[in-house]
Design a protein around this ligand. Structure first.
Ligand code: SAM
Length: 564
């Protein structure tokens, strides 16, 4: 009887393991990892910092899983190993704990620190230095012995990540960063808020900084996303002084942990008056007008009548192995899928046998607008007329409503993260009476950060990052913060000319082309003064991001170049 029970458990477990394995490897395809040396025939060691995403394991990408499966040595906490156990067979791997979050005091002279700085953390400066040295020497030894080493890092390791110091320390090993979803991607999905310009920041108070919450609050168009809001009371005293009282605010906790995720929506003044019910440990705070359109509904709001559901799914940028396991699971169960050709070609093996409709992507123009009231300038430059857009939008909504009413699962697949400059985000407003869910995707921004191999929040004088576009570059450049430009169709020279008015010409810049595509991804480093000549007359493709900021000086490419 007992043997049967165990046999059954083992059988079920292998079935589950098999299913997850097939899902992640067949659908996610097995592309090589960008930046990795391929096929030199030697047993070459490697060091990977792997972005694990926030929360649940199904927010991992297939690429991250593949790297962990192939690793000989894995640095991770015991609870992370436990969570991965239905996806990864750890037999034969060396798993080491105790080397997480060692960034404190890296590169600092302990003797120059104040007593207060020395004593406010778990270990002293000297103890941190000793642990850092121990970790680095372990990794060097294993990589030198031809082993594949992976350090598992939560979220997107490049955004306020505690492990980026290891890239600096071990840059000569040519480390690879496997991109991960940030808690920011997951929290935005909880809110169902469509974001354009974003300011990623934290409540730092360093004197003389130009990127304080107070000074950044002048950007009314942007949504401020505040990481690590540990002292909420103090934060809201500051926000109440900086923003108009009725500015919308959302606080999301446990983003990415299904069943635990929670959002509280209010205004600057309502939170300043009452913070009860707000989780202070694992939250992220959003401030800005875009939140007024967020389609988040609390559980208490009750569920819609239909059994069916609509998913807006982020499929990641680049190769299919950058989709999350959750995205692949939604495809697996979907009855009707909307996807542009580029995505259905990329995911052809997962979509085989599915009903997939093309022609309904990027239908946001003129949504919710009255065609007769538009000026000729407003109508110009689009591929269809206002009336044609409206007709297509209605067609999409009618098909989705009919399917959901029959209890079916409908999915709209979009590239990257569907809520960062996402052309399909309007569907959430249109279908607000239905049961909808957003599956967060890895944005091209997360993938490009990984390609740069540096912490994007680790600028010398700034810890904030602006996600901006051609529409906002001028007004945002005044802060000289780290800026990531979603270039869309803006002329490249226009960006450089605008940035050059505000940043010194020697400011480092980088272009990341085709982030996440193993065979095409390319990084070009330069300065504001040199980049136009470097690009020359070459035609620039649609898929590229432009980075500006002194954080780039510490990218692995630049460190390796300067030590040659
Ligand atoms: C409309 S936005 C879509 C962004 C998408 N929602 C995301 O999160 O990745 C399109 C812009 O994103 C950037 N982009 C999209 N895919 C990219 C990639 N693979 N590599 C670099 N940039 C990319 C380009 O700047 C492009 O003009």
């Amino acid at each position: 009887m007992q043997r049967n029970g165990i046999g059954k458990i083992v059988g079920t477990w292998s079935l589950l393991f098999g299913f997850l394995f097939v899902l992640s490897s067949v659908c996610g395809a097995s592309s090589p990892v960008p930046g990795e040396h391929q096929g030199d025939g030697k047993n070459k060691g490697s060091y990977h910092v792997v972005g694990m995403g926030p929360g649940d394991t199904d927010l991992l990408t297939s690429r991250a899983l593949d790297v962990i499966r192939k690793a000989d040595v894995v640095f991770c906490k015991p609870e992370v190993k436990e969570k991965l156990s239905s996806y990864v067979d750890f037999k034969g791997k060396e798993v080491l704990a105790g080397y997480e979050v060692l960034f404190r005091f890296y590169g600092k002279d302990c003797s120059k620190l104040s007593k207060e700085e020395q004593t406010k953390h778990e270990m002293t400066c000297e103890q941190y230095h000793q642990k850092q040295a121990e970790f680095a020497s372990l990794v060097r030894r294993e990589v030198g012995a031809g082993k594949r080493v992976a350090l598992l890092s939560s979220g997107d390791p490049t955004i306020y990540g505690p492990d980026m110091w290891t890239l600096k320390e071990l840059h000569h090993l040519d480390p690879v960063v496997v991109p991960g979803l940030s808690s920011f991607n997951a929290a935005t999905a909880v809110l169902k808020a469509s974001l354009g310009e974003v300011i990623i920041t934290a409540p730092f108070k360093t004197e003389g900084r130009e990127d304080t919450i107070e000074s950044l609050s002048s950007h009314e168009k942007a949504t401020m996303v505040i990481f690590m809001p540990r002292d909420m009371e103090d934060l809201f005293i500051r926000l109440a002084k900086a923003f108009a009282a009725n500015t919308p605010v959302a606080i999301v906790s446990y983003a990415g942990h299904a069943g635990r995720e929670n959002a509280v929506i209010g205004t600057v003044s309502s939170f300043a008056a009452d913070l009860s019910g707000v989780d202070k440990q694992t939250s992220i705070v959003y401030v800005g007008k875009a939140l007024a359109q967020a389609q988040y509904k609390s559980r208490e709001a009750g569920s819609p009548q239909h059994k069916g559901k609509f998913y807006l799914v982020g499929m990641g940028p680049g190769d299919p192995d950058l989709a999350t396991l959750r995205a692949l699971k939604v495809i697996e169960k979907a009855d009707l899928i909307f996807a542009p050709k580029k995505i259905s070609d990329r995911f052809a093996s997962c979509l085989a046998g599915k009903k997939v409709l093309d022609g309904y992507h990027r239908l946001f123009p003129f949504y919710g607008k009255e065609c007769s009231k538009l000026t000729p300038e407003e109508k110009a430059g689009e591929r269809m007329s206002c009336e044609e857009y409206h007709q297509k939008q209605e067609e999409f909504a009618a098909m989705t409503r009919a399917a959901v009413a029959e209890g079916k699962t409908v999915a709209m697949l979009d590239s990257g993260d569907p809520l960062i400059y996402g052309p399909c985000a309007w569907t959430l407003t249109e279908l607000r009476d239905l049961d909808t869910e957003v599956v967060p995707g890895l944005s091209c921004f997360n993938a490009a950060n990984a390609a740069l191999r540096v912490g994007v929040t680790e600028g010398k004088d700034t810890h904030s990052v602006f996600l901006a576009s051609g529409w906002s570059v001028e007004e945002m450049a005044v802060h000289r913060s780290t800026m990531v430009l979603f270039t869309m169709r803006t002329e490249f020279k226009k960006f450089i000319d605008t940035l050059s008015k505000h940043y010194p010409l020697e400011t480092p810049v980088a272009i990341v082309f085709s982030a996440g595509y193993a065979d095409e991804e390319k990084v070009v480093h330069g300065t504001l003064g040199s980049i136009l000549d470097q690009v020359g007359e070459n035609k620039i493709p649609f898929e590229y991001l432009l980075y500006v900021g002194d954080f780039l000086s510490d990218s692995v490419d630049r460190l390796n170049h300067s030590s040659q």
